[in-house]
Design a protein around this ligand. Structure first.
Ligand SMILES: [Ca+2]
Length: 124
């Protein structure tokens, strides 16, 4: 009944992606955020796949996540639908999952993105 996600949610978020990418770009914050990417990515493909995420998740303290949590995370961050996270997709996802980081950066997320985070939080 009231449990389904509003259909406009994803498109709302995707509309913000270019804006977020612009704000994220340039400064050291980007590197900070993306440190995890190098740890988690598949060395050959240079993207984060389910397998590479699962194999390396302990590096980011994610070892307690279940397979379905990891899949949700991949799916949540995968904007172009190729089933893997590239660096930008990963950075945006980290932003959404790290409220402390958002405060430090003085980066103002849109209400829609806050809602996204709360949705994801309910998985864990
Ligand atoms: Ca992708």
């Amino acid at each position: 009944m009231a449990t389904s996600v509003p259909p406009q949610k994803d498109s709302t978020f995707q509309d913000h992606l270019p804006l977020m990418a612009e704000k994220l770009g340039g400064e050291g914050l980007m590197g900070e955020l993306c440190n995890g990417f190098n740890l988690l990515m598949d060395r050959d493909k240079e993207v984060i796949t389910f397998d590479s995420l699962k194999k390396n998740s302990a590096f980011l303290g994610l070892q307690d996540l279940t397979d379905s949590d990891l899949r949700s995370m991949l799916k949540e961050g995968d904007f172009d639908g190729d089933g893997a996270l590239n660096q930008m997709e990963f950075c945006v996802l980290m932003f959404r999952l790290s409220p402390e980081l958002m405060e430090q950066s003085q980066f103002l997320l849109e209400e829609a993105l806050q809602q996204e985070f709360q949705d994801f939080d309910s998985f864990s």
